[in-house]
Design a protein around this ligand. Structure first.
Ligand code: PBG
Length: 333
């Protein structure tokens, strides 16, 4: 390749690394606070902050304390959050009606945030698992996760979420045709500006374990999610799902989990030229946070490295539980 015409010692790679200023001058990628979406967990009650044991430093907040936290991260410069509910078990059943209750936890949270901090972007998941007593993202009959019946439930869920003021809907259920159904419903109901960030390349992964505990669904899940989430051995299959979601009306797409799937981030960005996000999921957070706790890693260094790698892989932004910590680091450098 003619970029590398010179030879040692004319070429010394270390010249470009010899000082912070020259390293910064030639740096190819930069993480900024604008690249971050902070996922948060909301629970019932008031004045409550409940630690999630599997996720050091992460809490489930009641709506009032969550609003206080969101004001704090807004002051740090964070501009978008993703809200996940820890639904009380008496509101979960096999028909999942709580998902399209306009007064459910995530919808009330969205309204509360929009009242206090209207400039904060709010993203909500479209999927049934937080409301399903069987723990699945879709409706289940005779042990099968039903596709087309689930679409109707997702349509109703998406509409109440848009109505509550959510800016971004994140279909995370992996049913076929969900983006089409949601986009059509939004268009018909005057939500032309509601964004869809589809969990398009969402793999059936062990790395979601701590999240399922955080939303209180791990005890519910019967079986696994392999009939709808992607097989981690495949990338062509993931690219086909991304193509379908874009065709059906997704504005942005996501790869999930993040770090073990950076190859997909790069391939999607290059192939589709569309805003591409990665979700550094709960299991990835748990591994890094435990390493920090044990003293294996320097906290600031490992956080910024882990997020910079997503930018290098082609991502426009990242969903990360480290968002507030990272914002503090970026503000102080
Ligand atoms: C639910 C959903 C999951 C996550 C986000 N939305 C879990 C799952 O599919 O079982 C995982 C996020 C994380 O692990 O941090 N559809």
């Amino acid at each position: 390749m003619n970029t590398y015409v010179t030879d040692f010692p004319s070429r010394r790679g270390r010249r470009l690394r010899s000082n912070p200023w020259i390293r910064n001058l030639v740096a190819e990628n930069h993480v900024t606070i604008n690249d971050l979406i902070w996922p948060v967990f909301v629970r019932e009650g008031t004045n409550t902050t409940e630690p999630v044991p599997e996720l050091p430093g992460i809490n489930r907040y009641s709506i009032d304390t969550l609003v206080e936290q969101v004001i704090k991260v807004s002051d740090l410069g964070i501009r978008c959050i993703a809200v996940f509910p820890c639904t009380p078990s008496n509101l979960k059943n096999e028909t999942c009606e709580e998902a399209w209750n306009s007064g459910n936890l995530v919808n009330k949270t969205t309204q509360a945030i929009k009242r206090k901090i209207p400039e904060m972007g709010v993203m909500l998941d479209v999927a049934l698992d937080p409301y399903n007593s069987l723990g699945h993202d879709g409706l289940v009959r005779n042990g099968q996760v039903l596709n087309d019946e689930t679409l109707e439930a997702l349509r109703k869920q998406a509409l109440v979420q848009a109505d509550s003021g959510a800016d971004i809907l994140g279909p995370s259920d992996m049913m076929d045709g969900r983006v089409k159904v949601i986009r059509e419903a939004l268009e018909k109901n005057s939500y032309q500006n509601t964004l869809i960030l589809s969990y398009s390349a969402k793999f059936a992964s062990s790395f979601y374990g701590p999240f399922r505990s955080a939303i209180g669904s791990s005890g519910n899940l019967v079986g696994d999610k392999k009939t709808y989430q992607l097989d981690y051995r495949n990338s062509e299959e993931a690219l086909r799902d991304v193509a379908a979601d874009i065709k059906e009306g997704a504005d942005m797409v996501m790869v999930k989990p993040g770090m073990p799937y950076l190859d997909l981030c790069r391939q999607i960005k290059e192939k589709f030229k569309i805003p591409t996000f990665a979700y550094q999921v709960s299991g990835e957070y748990a591994m890094i946070a435990s390493g920090i706790e044990k003293g294996f890693f320097d906290k600031n260094q490992v956080i910024i490295e882990s997020i910079s790698c997503f930018k290098r892989a082609g991502c426009d932004g990242v969903l990360t539980y480290f968002a507030p910590e990272l914002a503090k680091i970026l503000n102080s450098t």
